[in-house]
Design a protein around this ligand. Structure first.
Ligand SMILES: Cc1ncc(COP(=O)(O)O)c(C=O)c1O
Length: 369
């Protein structure tokens, strides 16, 4: 394929296989909910949602009502859970999209029936077992919220949920405590509400602790073949779906001492060839990668040198002359080498989630089945 200045290829077959892999590890007949918020973690929500459903996911989850509506507009009719906090307008939109919503206050539940405008509304009640973000902390309050849902003919208690704060930190003590609190809560509530779907696990919990699977797991990062523990996805049988490529738009010989880029933060230590790739922080290839990343060119690792600018980066190609035009891989494999998204994240002092979510709309996504 002809070179493109910046291109994210998304392997939808990998998304489907990651879902199959996750599903095969679920215990007690639990179902898989693929989390496709934030445009499918930057991969493209609609195509990834369809691939996840093909791979066996029974549910989809998003953060916002608009994300749910976008999936409906793309013709997706699977069950969708909107996980975020909702304004009255958001709640109305979520219900118009026939999505499930999350509640943790009685007042919100009482108004939901109004916002539903005669529609049936499916509600998941959320216990904050230690994330400290959304949900009610007091189990008694969640029980009252569940009763308020049951009391209203238009509302259905569709789920009981929580969210883990530290499932990705192996050996920590917080995760088992959250799991214990939630398990005790569900043991109390489930007998009176047998139809409510119980769910808690994100990708890390799903891979790490079968006791967290309950009726449904909500996996995001692992669906895209990225490692929730920010290490190597292959350790969990996951295949990265996204690769990010560019090409050498200009190659130039640099004498010893010649500098590259804004601030001239790099100078050639000896005569070398420097390639300019037309990709930069305007594409989401962040400035923190200045003098701090490798790029694959000709199947070899080459250091990114100089400051990342909005539209370009420079790479030390070495002493051999370059004609320019060589394909460059910033995330993904080339020859026998590969650069994982997790490597990029570690260099930036962040997590893989932020790297793919940060790829801007300027980068075309090319979907491969
Ligand atoms: C409530 C909730 N559940 C599940 C997930 C999926 O998490 P992960 O991508 O780590 O699997 C998220 C994502 O942040 C979330 O906010």
């Amino acid at each position: 394929m002809a070179n493109q200045r910046a291109l994210a290829r998304v392997d939808l077959g990998a998304v489907a296989r990651n879902c199959e892999r996750l599903k095969s590890a679920l215990t007690g007949g639990a179902d898989l909910c693929a989390v496709v918020k934030a445009d499918g973690y930057g991969h493209g929500a609609g195509p990834c949602a369809l691939a996840a459903l093909r791979g066996g996911a029974g549910w989809l989850a998003v953060a916002t009502a608009r994300e749910a509506m976008q999936l409906r507009d793309e013709g997706i009719d699977a069950r969708i859970l909107v996980m975020g906090a909702l304004t009255p307008e958001d709640a109305q939109l979520a219900l118009q999209a026939e999505a499930d919503v999350v509640a943790w206050r009685e007042g919100f539940v009482r108004r939901l029936a109004e916002w539903a405008e005669g529609r049936h509304a499916r509600v998941h009640v959320k216990l904050d077992t230690g994330m400290g973000r959304l949900g009610a902390r007091d189990p008694e309050e969640v029980l009252r919220v569940a009763d308020a849902v049951e009391d209203d003919d238009l509302l259905e208690l569709a789920g009981l949920m929580t969210h883990f704060a530290t499932a990705d930190e192996i050996g920590d003590e917080h995760f088992p405590r959250q799991l214990e609190r939630f398990t005790a809560f569900t043991e109390r509530v489930k007998p009176d509400h047998p139809e409510a779907v119980v769910h808690a696990a994100n990708s890390a919990a799903t891979l790490r602790e079968p006791a967290s699977h309950f009726d449904l797991v909500r996996c995001g990062i692992a669906v895209y073949g990225l490692d929730p523990f920010n290490s190597d996805p292959a350790e969990h049988g996951l295949e990265p779906a996204l690769s990010l490529s560019s090409y050498v738009g200009r190659a130039e010989h640099f004498e010893e001492g010649a500098g590259a880029g804004y601030g001239q933060t790099w100078h050639a230590g000896s005569p070398t060839w420097v390639g300019t790739l037309p990709i930069g922080y305007g594409d989401g290839w962040r400035r923190g990668l200045s003098n701090n990343a490798d790029v694959l060119i000709g199947g070899r690792r080459r250091p990114l040198v100089g400051t990342v600018s909005m539209d370009n980066v420079t790479v030390d190609l070495g002493a051999d002359p370059s004609a320019g035009g060589e394909p460059a891989m910033l995330i993904g494999p080339q020859g026998d080498e590969r650069i994982l998204c997790e490597e990029v994240a570690q260099r930036l002092g962040t997590i893989n989630y932020e790297v793919t979510c940060g790829l801007s709309a300027r980068v075309p996504r090319l979907y491969e089945q």
